[in-house]
Design a protein around this ligand. Structure first.
Ligand SMILES: [Zn+2]
Length: 345
């Protein structure tokens, strides 16, 4: 009598038997050059302010920033993105487009001292406005009571373009608008082209969701919206609703049409389905931002001994890649690169 197959013939476990076999058939890999390391720059000298809600992250003066970027580069990091905390803030965010502002000065220092490093800059108004919003506010009573609340999309656009040009003039390799104003990629592209920076690419924060995962970042960038008359209490008027993935595809399509060279989803892990949808429909490089709240959760659990930080870090970053991200912005940049290259912190 012929027996029916007593055991399954296809055995996926056969290829899991040794690490050599596993690595041979691994579909997704993580490498240091997939990572973009966010850094916060502040005025002063020898300033190294720990960000309480983000252990291992510091606000750095330019001299310390250069040293930190060099340490990251030595560990294997190939790209950083800069966020600036300026000397002073005002309603119009004038520090954002000052050629001698904190970010242009930091870019010049990095390009001079760590020439192999790709230097990206965040382009937004929220670090520079005294009210903490990503654009300038509408006049308090424009259109009558109740109509004045909100960010003035169209009058913010030329300021963003000026900011991007100031960063490019300082030597930024990539500019990354994070404000979520409509039409800002086109405005920045035009501004860069007219100023002679047609070769500077734009990484657009195309699908940036309004949510609770950015709390620790706002401590680091000192960019939380303040409370006051005529000031919207949150960013839901311009950032995306967390329930919407189809809208994310429309946002990406618009940014691509306006000239974005790379597009980003933010945050990363809770939005991996959005990363995948974008990866499947667009052929530009896709970035995902593993944001401050995601980082803080791993840090907090690791501090209590509840998670193995190094393993969870690498698994998280690998899974963001598996979802379709080519690039990952992560505060673990230096640590992950160091682990991957074997050049520990
Ligand atoms: Zn902003």
């Amino acid at each position: 009598m012929i027996h029916a197959m007593p055991f399954p013939q296809e055995r996926p476990r056969r290829m899991r038997r040794t690490e050599a076999l596993r690595s041979l058939v691994r579909e997704t890999t993580l490498a240091p050059d997939d990572l973009i390391w966010p850094l916060f720059v502040v005025p002063g000298q020898r300033v190294r302010n720990a960000v309480k809600s983000m252990p291992g992250v510091f606000q750095l003066s330019i001299d310390e920033l250069v040293a930190e970027a060099q340490a990251g580069f030595d560990a294997g990091v190939r790209a950083v993105i800069l966020f600036g905390v300026p000397e002073h803030k005002d309603a119009g965010g004038s520090g954002a487009y000052d050629d001698d502002g904190i970010v242009p000065r930091a870019v010049r220092a990095l390009k001079a001292n760590v020439p192999g490093l790709v230097v990206m800059t965040d382009v937004c108004m929220c670090e520079y406005t005294d009210h903490g919003h990503c654009g300038i506010l509408k006049a308090p009573l424009a259109g009558g009571p109740g109509q004045g609340l909100g960010v003035d999309n169209d009058s913010t656009l030329p300021l963003l373009a000026r900011e991007a040009v100031a960063h490019a003039r300082a030597g930024a390799d990539v500019v990354a608008p994070s404000d979520m104003m409509d039409g800002r990629v086109a405005a920045i592209r035009e501004g860069l082209d007219i100023a002679g920076f047609g070769d500077v690419p734009i990484l657009s924060y195309a699908a940036k969701f309004a949510g609770a995962f950015y709390g620790p970042f706002r401590d680091a960038a000192e960019s939380a919206p303040i409370e006051g008359p005529g000031i919207p209490k949150d960013r839901k008027g311009y950032q995306m609703d967390p329930g919407n993935w189809r809208e994310a595809l429309r946002e990406v399509a618009l940014d691509v049409a306006e000239g974005a060279d790379m597009v980003m989803v933010k945050p990363a892990v809770p939005y991996l389905d959005v990363v995948r949808q974008i990866r499947d429909r667009f052929d530009l490089p896709v970035a995902a931002y593993h944001v401050s709240g995601e980082y803080a959760m791993i840090k907090a659990a690791a501090e209590r001994g509840w998670l193995d930080e190094e393993r969870v870090m690498l698994e998280t970053l690998l899974c963001i890649r598996r979802a379709g991200a080519d690039l990952i912005l992560t505060y673990y940049g230096k640590d992950a690169a160091g682990l991957l290259t074997g050049r520990r912190r």
